[in-house]
Design a protein around this ligand. Structure first.
Ligand code: SF4
Length: 251
């Protein structure tokens, strides 16, 4: 691996590459295609094939040492049992209180941006332009205020489903990890932490939006109350999440 890259940094980021300060150190955000990475380049595929063959050999050797036969075909019954187990788990996670709160939050956000935000923004713009014409507002302040409203919108919208997805992943991982507490960092904590970071940023965005557009009070307060409940419940469910060190971001 090229030393500049931070291994696994993309596993616990917010996937917002446009705003990420680690693009130069992220394997998922590699710059221009090179001979090795250009998917149209024959050398790339040759390199993949050669790595695959070596990895397969090592995998078979390791499995044989542990008495595992990798060529055993999974029976239809086993496939069905696995699918049922996954479906039951998905259902259970979907009913978890933190996921239910996320769904409520998503509803508030979608309704707000579909039916309220644009009107409030137009009213604010009109108000600021009037003040500018009366000489009680500066052009800079008008531009800055409108840009901040746009930033808040972007932040809230970026994270609205992200929080839910990451908390569901954390709950999934928690199920797999229960009997396997071997002292290693847990994916459940890492996923919960990135959700908590997204919650904090969403709270900050709603607070600023509330300050800029006070007439949005009702929606802002409902959203903030829900985010606060999601945060508390996430911290209760994943008490070690904030100690998780995300590669790159927390080092
Ligand atoms: S670490 Fe940054 S650049 Fe890499 S995938 Fe995540 S947001 Fe994008």
């Amino acid at each position: 691996m090229t030393p500049q890259f931070i291994p696994g940094i993309y596993n616990y980021c917010d996937r917002w590459c446009e705003r990420c300060t680690y693009t130069g150190r992220c394997r998922n955000f590699e710059g221009p295609l090179t001979e090795k990475t250009d998917v149209n380049n024959e050398e790339f595929w040759n390199s993949i094939a050669s790595n695959f063959a070596k990895t397969k050999e090592l995998l078979y050797k390791a499995a044989a040492e542990r008495g595992i036969d990798l060529d055993t075909v999974i029976s239809e019954e086993e496939k069905k049992a696995h699918a049922k187990k996954e479906a039951d788990l998905d259902k259970k996670i979907g009913q978890h209180p933190v996921v239910q709160l996320c769904k409520q939050y998503e509803g508030i956000v979608l309704t707000f941006f579909e039916s309220e935000f644009r009107k409030e923004l137009v009213d604010k713009n009109r108000e600021l332009v009037n003040q500018l014409q009366m000489g009680i507002q500066t052009e800079d302040k008008v531009v800055h205020t409108m840009a901040n409203c746009g930033d808040c919108e972007e932040i809230i919208q970026w994270y609205v489903f992200f929080i839910d997805v990451k908390l569901q992943r954390a709950l999934h991982s928690l199920q797999d990890e229960t009997d396997n507490d071997d002292g290693y960092p847990k994916d459940s904590d890492g996923s919960a932490k990135v959700a908590l970071v997204a919650i904090e940023r969403s709270i900050a965005a709603w607070l600023l939006l509330y300050q800029l557009l006070p007439s949005c009070e009702d929606s802002a307060l409902k959203a903030l109350a829900l985010l606060s409940r999601i945060k508390n419940l996430a911290l209760e469910t994943f008490p070690h999440a904030m100690q998780f060190k995300r590669p790159g971001f927390d080092e």
